[in-house]
Write a protein that binds this ligand. Structure first.
Ligand SMILES: [Zn+2]
Length: 304
């Protein structure tokens, strides 16, 4: 089992989306939804890894553009967040990301973001650690106050130059003059067809290369430095939470099952069961803004 998980992990460093890929069961028992049992494991944990996905941000009102009902114009994110789409239609892809940036700039952290950040700060004083490993490209974990965040799919508020590779934090609104007022999501809105020299460009001296959002597109490899850190956290954590993710985007979908294969308790918090639910010790169904604050609240055994 361990070997199989490792094989999937090793082969799956390229971001891809899949549907149900059921593996063999670790345990035929269904995951428990006994919160008092989870709280015992929580009270004993020293290194907690929290893997978060779009569900956490959805509760802040950030759309994912993943479902049939969540399209930007005619497309889902899988159609636009690809190297091919960016190289063929840079204006359209930039309009899409401009829209997402502007949307996120106006959002506030959800109850789930806040519960995670509060838990990290509290446990730090007790010599215990919390790391967030997130697939979200928004900034809401940081805004909530989380300090230790590994953003495996990149950051909407950073750009990367396609010529010189320079990565820059960029929270400008709009990111460039030509995109001002563009990016409306309606199905009948025509592409702005902005010429490539008017799209965001690199500020580095003598470069002026085209910038792209510093996010991982589908089909691209995840940052190896971040993945090395994720590997380390997966090895040392003694409790893992998988929060608000449908567990169908790889390689992140394998992180929870990998930890579970070491015999470490893994708890899933999601509105639905997922293809990976059967691997986990606990499953708490419902909006994570409702389920998570109680799960991460101060335990009676905590001493300061
Ligand atoms: Zn450059």
């Amino acid at each position: 089992m361990l070997l199989q998980n490792r094989a999937v992990f090793t082969l799956g460093l390229r971001m891809c989306s899949t549907h149900v890929t059921k593996g063999p069961l670790i345990d035929t028992a269904r995951p428990s939804s006994d919160m008092s049992e989870f709280r015992k494991a929580f009270a004993q944990a020293k290194h907690i890894a929290i893997i978060t996905g779009a569900g956490v941000s959805a509760e802040s009102g950030v759309p994912t553009f993943r479902g049939e009902n969540e399209k930007w114009r005619k497309w889902q994110s899988q159609d636009l967040a690809t190297p091919e789409a960016f190289s063929r239609y840079p204006s359209r892809v930039w309009e899409f990301y401009h829209y997402r940036r502007e949307l996120v700039l106006n959002k506030k952290p959800s109850a789930a973001h806040l519960a995670i950040a509060e838990c990290e700060a509290r446990l730090k004083k007790q010599g215990r650690s919390v790391v967030v490993i997130t697939q979200c490209i928004d900034d809401l974990h940081r805004q909530a106050g989380s300090k230790h965040v590994l953003k495996i799919h990149g950051n909407l508020m950073e750009t990367r130059c396609v010529s010189c590779g320079e990565v820059t934090v960029n929270r400008r609104s709009p990111i460039c003059t030509a995109l001002k007022g563009k990016g409306a999501p309606g199905p009948d809105v025509a592409d702005a067809e902005i010429s490539v020299d008017k799209l965001p460009r690199c500020d580095e001296r003598d470069c002026h290369g085209l910038l792209r959002p510093n996010v991982v597109f589908f089909g691209e490899t995840l940052d190896s430095h971040i993945l090395t850190n994720v590997e380390k956290e997966m090895e040392i954590c003694d409790l893992c939470l998988v929060v608000g993710t449908s567990s169908i985007v790889y390689p992140a979908a394998m992180f929870g099952p990998r930890v579970a294969s070491r015999g470490v308790p893994v708890a899933e918090f999601n509105t639905n069961t997922t293809p990976k639910t059967e691997y986990f010790t606990y499953h708490f169904q419902g909006p994570c803004g409702t389920t998570l604050p109680a799960a991460l609240a101060q335990h009676e055994s905590e001493v300061f």
